[in-house]
Every structure is written in structure tokens, then in C-alpha cells.
Design a protein around this ligand. Sequence first.
Ligand SMILES: C[S@@+](CC[C@H](N)C(=O)[O-])C[C@H]1O[C@@H](n2cnc3c(N)ncnc32)[C@H](O)[C@@H]1O
Length: 210
Amino acid sequence: MILNSVENVLMNNPIRAALQLHYEAPLLEQLGGRVEGGRVLEMGCGRGLGTEIILSRFGAAHVDAFDLDSDMVERTRRRLARFGNRVRIFQGDASRIAADASSYDAVFDFGIIHHVPEWQEAVREVSRVLRPGGRFFFEEVTRHALERWTYRRFLDHPSDDRFSGAQFVAELERSGFRVPRWTERFFGDFAFGVGFRTAQPGSSAACAHA
Ligand SMILES: C[S@@+](CC[C@H](N)C(=O)[O-])C[C@H]1O[C@@H](n2cnc3c(N)ncnc32)[C@H](O)[C@@H]1O
């Protein structure tokens, strides 16, 4: 589900950019480390700041990034033109990722899976496209936030079957991830963490809350 005009403004302004640069990225790096020289996928790239962060801060060699919204794809292409063939930007859907199995060393999700009606499909797709041992960096908006009056009144999200942080992590574990470190922030409205793709889906160990 693409952003309505209110969320478009909320996601594309200097305050949100500062948060992503100075709060979200450092927290994800603290939880999961860098991806030096890696081949990385970013889902729901929006205007492309996350892709830029993955290249410059996390040290990826190459990033494929996609978004459902063709306007966002164009914005990201313009923003990242200077990175040349280190990036490939395309229109796509997180519940049917256009990539072969085990294609990536890491996948990044800066707040997109809560927009996907069949969000469990997106989690399974992340598991499919990651190589065994690959990492899934996530920052997600929980049911706790989406049930707030302000979210329901001003923003458009799928309303059924949303997840808590613990439910998101449990789905990751069912889909073949080990999630040793994750954390909830902002009164439980957001979940941040890093999942490690195990060799066999379903073989994950118990997680510890960071
Ligand atoms: C809350 S915004 C986050 C954008 C960006 N990751 C950021 O942090 O600025 C969610 C993004 O996910 C995209 N999106 C929504 N549903 C999607 C889907 N099924 N597949 C891919 N992208 C999707 C939206 O178009 C939007 O750009």
C-alpha cells in the first residue's frame, strides 16, 4: 500500500532524514554490524536515503532497491545517479521479490513491511532471497502504533492482522531466521533488530530481547 499525502510529507522531510541518519542507522549498525563489500537489497526504498546510508555508512558494494510506488523509484534513481552501477533501482512488490533465491548478503527494511497486507509473505520472501548466514536489518512499525487514533485518522495502512514486535520476530523465526538481538523503541511503537538467515528455515534458536 503506497503512502497517502500526509505520510508522504512525514517521510520526506529533513527531520525524518535526520532521524534515519542519526538514530535508526546507528541503532541497526549497533545491533547487526556493517555489510562491508556486500550485495544488499533494500525493500520499499522510498526516496532513497536508506539506500544511500547502506552504501556509505554500512559499506555495501552494491544495492538493489525497489518500491511499489513508481514516483519513489524515480526519486531514488535521481538521488543515487552518482553511484552509477553500484545501485539498481526498480519497481517491485515486497510480497513477490523479483530476485533469485540466496541472492543477497543482507536485506534492509526501513519501515515498509507494515504496509504490506500479506506481511508474512514479505517475511518469507526476505528469507528466500537471503543466502544462509545473510542478515535482515529491520525497523518496523508495530500494531501498537497503528492502533493509535492519529495513525488511523491521518495515515493509510492495512488494518487487519498487524503485528507486535514479538509477533514479527516470531514470524521471522518461523521463516528461518535466528534473531539474537531486537528491541522496541518509542513506547513499543517501533521494533528494531537483525535476523540471521539459518541454513534451514525453521531451525532457528530462541531469541533474546536486546
Ligand atoms: C513508510 S515508507 C518508508 C520509505 C523508506 N524506506 C524510508 O524509510 O524513508 C514505506 C514505503 O514502502 C513502500 N511500499 C509499500 N508497500 C510496498 C510493497 N508491497 N512493496 C514494496 N514497497 C512498498 C511505499 O511506497 C513507501 O515508499
